[in-house]
Ligand binder design. Structure first.
Ligand code: NAP
Ligand code: ZN
Length: 350
């Protein structure tokens, strides 16, 4: 298959800084579009992948799954886009299209495994997929989103992962006017969860370890902030929430949050992957019909629904723009929870 070369930023091992390298992109096939990447958000999953926190990273790793750009080529069978259109690419660049999940627009749960935008199995070129820390990407048009024209494009990029990852559980657990929602952790996902829950009409509380984020949280739309290390504040919200979106990336005690759920409430883990410590206490779950659940990103149709909602309600991410060359420093700051609230790479810098 014919290819062309573009510049990208890649990690070559678990411990290596990301640095510039050339990668190959396929020439557009009939159902593909070629996208000139304008902006790419920096998700904590990029860092987990570059550093192999979850195991299974294939190197060189080119992260980035919050991509906004302009279409520069369309394949002969593509009718959804034309050259010059804005386009978004999130975490999924391909899925089987025929399993039970795909038939229900749940590509994120594709029973044959969706193809991740990075570190996925590249069906076209072999090897693994390379993400958005690059000049261009070629993607199957059915997995490309339309981007509302009225929004700030750099600030739209994080919607493609942080936005949909929090939107999908909010919708699945029927959040709307009158719902009481809490969000754990004010980072990329957390700040989008606040904005989207608020946009859906919920009363929103932030749980944070960081007292210095209280004013920001209120400006983002949180009605209340609870400092999770303060027992008195935690006691004051016992039995309150219908839905909690927990975005914390590392192992942490979820038991104190379960007690803040209302009867039949659900705590949805979207951040941490792995075994819980200390052990999850089932007593409040059984005696209060409470659930602890998980959720991964969202489907393509649902991502489009979220982008359209954001277009109508003028919702975008709060961003700090960086150059591609600043990515290693950005990762260090992300590890210190020092991001307000999403880094976005200006791809002109590459
Ligand atoms: P982020 O910007 O780094 O935000 C995480 C926030 O969690 C921090 O700002 C901090 O908030 C809190 N936090 C960090 N370390 C903590 C710790 N040890 N204990 C308690 N709280 C801690 O990260 P993100 O990009 O939002 O991603 C969050 C997680 O979601 C990552 O693990 C990422 O891989 C995962 N993710 C999952 C999906 C999915 O589909 N399920 C999609 C995207 C990302 P405070 O300062 O307010 O406490
Ligand atoms: Zn992500």
């Amino acid at each position: 298959m014919s290819t062309f070369t573009v510049k990208a930023f890649a990690a070559e091992s678990t411990t290596a800084d990301l640095k510039e390298m050339n990668i190959e992109r396929r020439d557009t096939t009939p159902n593909d579009v070629e996208i000139d990447i304008l902006y790419c958000g920096v998700c904590h999953s990029d860092l987990h992948t570059a550093r192999n926190d979850w195991g299974g990273t294939m190197y060189p790793a080119v992260p980035g799954h919050e991509i906004v750009g302009r279409i520069t080529k369309v394949g002969s069978d593509v009718s959804k886009f034309k050259v010059g259109d804005l386009a978004g690419v999130g975490c999924i660049v391909d899925s089987c299209g025929h399993c039970d999940s795909c038939k229900q627009d749940l590509e994120q749960y594709c029973l044959n495994g969706f193809t991740g935008t990075y570190n996925g199995k590249d069906k076209h070129l072999g090897g693994h997929t390379f993400g958005g820390y690059s000049q261009k990407v070629v993607v199957d048009a059915d997995h490309v989103l339309k981007v509302p024209e009225n929004l700030d494009l750099a600030a739209v990029a994080p919607l493609l992962c942080a936005g949909i990852t929090t939107w999908s559980p909010l919708k699945h657990w029927n959040v709307g006017p009158g719902s009481k929602v809490a969000v754990v952790g004010l980072g990329g996902l957390g700040h989008m969860a606040i904005k989207l829950a608020k946009g859906l009409g919920a009363e929103v509380t932030l749980f944070s370890r960081t007292p210095g984020k209280t004013d920001d949280a209120k400006q983002l739309g949180a009605d209340h902030v609870v400092i999770s290390t303060d027992d008195t504040q935690m006691d004051s919200v016992k039995g309150k929430f219908d839905v909690i979106i927990d975005t914390v990336p590392y192992v942490h005690d979820v038991n104190p949050y379960v007690t803040t759920l209302n009867i039949s409430g659900t705590l949805v883990l979207v951040g941490y992957l792995g075994g819980l410590e200390p052990i999850l206490n089932t007593v409040p779950m059984i005696l209060g019909r409470k659930s602890v659940a998980g959720s991964v990103i969202g489907g393509i149709a649902e991502t489009q629904e979220m982008l359209d909602f954001c277009g109508e309600h003028n919702i975008v991410s709060e961003i700090e723009m960086i150059n591609m060359q600043d990515i290693n420093e950005a990762y260090e700051r992300m590890l210190k929870s020092d991001v307000r609230y999403r880094f976005v790479i200006d791809m002109k810098s590459l």
